[in-house]
Design a protein around this ligand. Structure first.
Ligand SMILES: Cc1cc2nc3c(=O)[nH]c(=O)nc-3n(C[C@H](O)[C@H](O)[C@H](O)COP(=O)(O)OP(=O)(O)OC[C@H]3O[C@@H](n4cnc5c(N)ncnc54)[C@H](O)[C@@H]3O)c2cc1C
Ligand code: FES
Length: 273
């Protein structure tokens, strides 16, 4: 079956209030639900005449229904949170590449900061089915911001919880906590940029394979506006071969997060220092 992204109409099946400002919605759309891979996303066109679609990670996917876990950040997410059950939403997906699975016997640590957790339900499900030794490190500013545990806990992997203010779990960042865990063979990360940069730095220092899902600010979400580029090493499999200006010498190339990612290997990314 063709798993490439399609323009579909999704039906809002249920909406659940999770914590102040956080929502878990279920939408029925067979194409997205059946073909979604870990870390892929949808681009939603919401009523209100917004210039660009809203990109949101596909959190859960089962049968003909997929789930979204999000925060009310601004106008589009507030509009989405207010839609009544039964609403029809224009949806393009599943978009982006996906996390690659580890090899049998490798030890995995997943590192999620805040709503970065939304990238991981499908991966955790596949790791469970493949009997991969997995630990989940989940961090947030404070206890009320720790969302997404409900669905992940069902898989039974150990959790390490961290909060900046110590209101739940270990006081400190997910990176602090990761440093005190047994060495992983493979790291997966999603969350704020500074957390991912630190994670990639740690992985590269210790020679650990690391894949991160980036959430740059998107325009078109479809690879056409070049509004979401990041720097990657020249020769990277995800580099676009973006043309150089006459006389321009640069050691880097660019990749579009929406089309060439959102998942990148730490070995390919070049972070601004
Ligand atoms: C691939 C991808 C997947 C995503 N998945 C999710 C997801 O699963 N759940 C989710 O809640 N969000 C997710 N996001 C982020 C979401 O798309 C953006 O937050 C979006 O801009 C919100 O639109 P808005 O119109 O509601 O707010 P905007 O008008 O775009 O933003 C309102 C205000 O909030 C700030 N803001 C927006 N996003 C963030 C952020 N991520 N962190 C801190 N401040 C922010 C803006 O700077 C602005 O000040 C994802 C983004 C991408 C690119
Ligand atoms: S958001 Fe337009 S190219 Fe990525």
């Amino acid at each position: 079956m063709d798993s490439s992204p399609r323009l579909e109409t999704a039906t809002l099946v249920s909406r659940e209030f999770r914590a102040p400002g956080f929502w878990f919605l279920k939408l029925r759309c067979e194409h997205v639900a059946r073909h979604a891979r870990p870390a892929q996303f949808v681009a939603l066109d919401l009523p209100g005449g917004f210039a660009v679609r809203l990109p949101l990670g596909i959190y859960t996917a089962q049968d003909d229904t997929f789930g979204l876990l999000f925060k009310e950040w601004g106008e589009r997410t507030t509009r989405l949170a207010a839609l009544p059950e039964g609403s029809q939403i224009s949806c393009i997906g599943p978009l982006g590449n996906a996390f690659a699975m580890p090899r049998a016997g490798e030890r995995v640590v997943i590192v999620a900061g805040g709503l970065g957790v939304a990238a991981f339900w499908m991966l955790v499900k596949e790791l469970k089915e493949a009997s991969i030794d997995t630990t989940i490190v989940l961090g947030a500013r404070s206890a009320p911001h720790l969302v997404g545990r409900e669905e992940l806990a069902a898989f039974g992997f150990p959790f390490e919880i961290c909060t900046d203010d110590g209101s739940e779990g270990h006081r400190g960042t997910v990176i602090d906590r990761l440093r005190s865990l047994p060495r992983a063979d493979v790291l997966y990360g999603c969350g704020p940029g500074n957390m991912l940069q630190a994670l990639c730095g740690l992985a590269d220092k210790h020679g650990i394979t690391c894949q991160v899902s980036l959430e740059e600010t998107f325009g078109c979400s479809l690879g056409t506006c070049w509004g979401c580029v990041v720097s990657v090493r020249r020769g990277s499999g995800q580099a676009t071969g973006y043309p150089r200006a006459p006389g321009e010498s640069r050691d880097l190339d660019f990749a579009r997060v929406c089309k060439d990612g959102t998942v990148f290997s730490s070995a390919e990314l070049v972070w601004a220092s």
